[in-house]
Design a protein around this ligand. Structure first.
Ligand code: FAS
Ligand code: PHB
Length: 401
């Protein structure tokens, strides 16, 4: 059906229809629109709701490159904080992982919220078509030439959109993954018996680099968003609710878990945000079916211990956008046909690293004495081997695309 006729019959047409307006969906739309490819984004929540979500904080150099090529690198350069290393600690034994020495690379501390803000601004400048507050979304003809999405707008108007392709960027709780028939899908999942309670506080960070600390009281992470805004996490039970932790109780627990030489100088203050994230490793295979391509949390979830969730979403978008661009520019389908296979290679290596960091640093409630000794010796093997520390550094700064 041609665009005009489709429009007459109230059916919108586009080239790539994106479900989900988080970092994955916004970045894919931004890269494709800059390459002259038409997109429409369908997002369940309001823009404000998305911007209020406090999530990732560490951006790999690869990811910074992708964001800059998408035209949203100015603020990262101006406000992002370069980190050449990180501190790891186990029962007060601290080591520094030197990224620069092992990889000649650094990571950038720049909140996901800021990236999403930059992406919305860039999309507005390109007059991107983003529907917020959509409901009752469903798909037809997913394996045909022009799959169709039907949905209700926030004003309960039913709309149809026909597209060449559909990108499922709607996160772990999204709907697009369920459009792949169960018989075609392999699901791999590992749930951890704990979560992370995170707070944001307008206090100076306890250290100028991140501290990942494992202690008999549990795991803690000291991170930041700027020199005046700190982000802290402590491992908590799965049943914990944010209101179970008063600020005082949180600071007490954090002090118990950080290495002594840092906790002594911790500056506390009121939390301005408090939330809990369960930890899980999750991957589906394949991450494409018919004209549907999954990317980001819709395809995989990693525990935040390796600072990989957002970065993995960005590498998916790098592969997927390259595939769409070579299809439309050169009528070349190879990258589209092998997207799942190519992306899953890096996804699994990143899932492994995030699992390894989580297993190394957290207190597992039911671990045996033997497992506790192995966990301890894993840390000391790391601390005494430049090669082991180098391997951690190359994974943390991000594996090559
Ligand atoms: P997102 O979940 O961010 O976005 C998906 C979008 O799709 C959402 O806006 C949602 O509203 C929308 N959507 C869902 N269903 C829909 C439907 N049916 N129709 C239309 N739209 C729909 N990563 C880190 O690296 N470090 C961290 O510390 C960290 N902390 C996290 C804490 C939490 C609570 C969560 C959930 C994730 C955290 N992550 C962290 C991972 C996170 O940063 C993700 O990797 C990143 O948000 C992935 O982006 P998207 O793939 O766009 O998914
Ligand atoms: C964060 O600053 O939110 C952050 C940093 C590193 C992680 C996880 C979260 O591994």
């Amino acid at each position: 059906m041609d665009y005009k006729l489709a429009n007459l019959r109230g059916i919108l047409k586009t080239q790539v229809l994106i479900i989900g307006g988080g970092p994955s969906g916004l970045l894919l739309s931004q890269v494709l629109m800059k390459a002259g490819i038409e997109t429409i984004i369908l997002e369940k929540q309001s823009r404000q709701y998305i911007l209020n979500r406090i999530r990732a904080g560490v951006i790999e150099p690869n990811s910074v490159e992708v964001l800059k090529n998408a035209g949203i690198g100015d603020r990262i350069d101006a406000e992002g904080i370069k980190h050449q290393g990180t501190i790891l600690s186990h029962d007060d034994h601290t080591i520094r992982i030197d990224f620069q020495k092992a990889t000649k690379k650094a990571v950038t501390v720049y909140g996901q919220t800021e990236i999403t803000k930059d992406l919305f601004k860039a999309q507005d400048n390109l007059n991107a078509k983003i529907f917020h507050g959509i409901k009752n979304i469903r798909v037809e003809n997913l394996c045909e030439k022009s799959p169709r999405i039907i949905f209700d707008t926030e004003t309960d108007e039913q709309k149809y959109i026909e597209a060449d392709f559909i990108a499922g960027c709607d996160g772990f709780h999204g709907i697009s993954r369920s459009w792949i028939p169960e018989k075609n899908l392999s699901v791999y999942e590992n749930r951890y018996p704990f979560g992370w309670l995170g707070i944001l506080s307008e206090t100076p960070p306890v250290n100028d680099e991140l501290i990942y600390s494992s202690s008999s009281s549990g795991f803690a992470l000291a991170s930041m968003r700027s020199s005046k805004l700190s982000r802290y996490y402590i491992q908590c039970d799965l049943e914990t609710k944010p209101e179970d932790y008063t600020d005082d109780f949180f600071w007490l627990e954090l002090k118990k878990r950080l290495p002594k030489k840092y906790s002594e100088k911790l500056i506390t203050g009121p939390s301005i945000e408090k939330s809990i994230a369960p930890l899980r490793s999750f991957v589906v295979e394949p991450i494409q079916y018919g004209k549907l391509y999954l990317a980001g949390d819709a395809a995989h979830i990693v525990p935040p211990t390796g600072a990989k969730g957002l970065n993995l979403a960005i590498s998916d978008i790098y592969y997927l956008s390259q595939a769409f661009i070579t299809f439309y520019n050169d009528n070349e389908k190879t990258l589209l046909e092998s997207y799942s296979q190519i992306a899953l290679k890096r996804i699994w290596k990143t899932v492994r690293f995030s699992w390894w960091m989580t297993t190394l640093l957290h207190t597992f409630p039911n671990s045996s004495h033997f497992e506790k000794k192995i966990q301890s010796s894993e840390f000391f093997n790391l601390s005494e081997s430049q090669y082991a520390m180098g391997a951690l550094a190359e994974n943390y700064v991000g594996l090559p695309y």
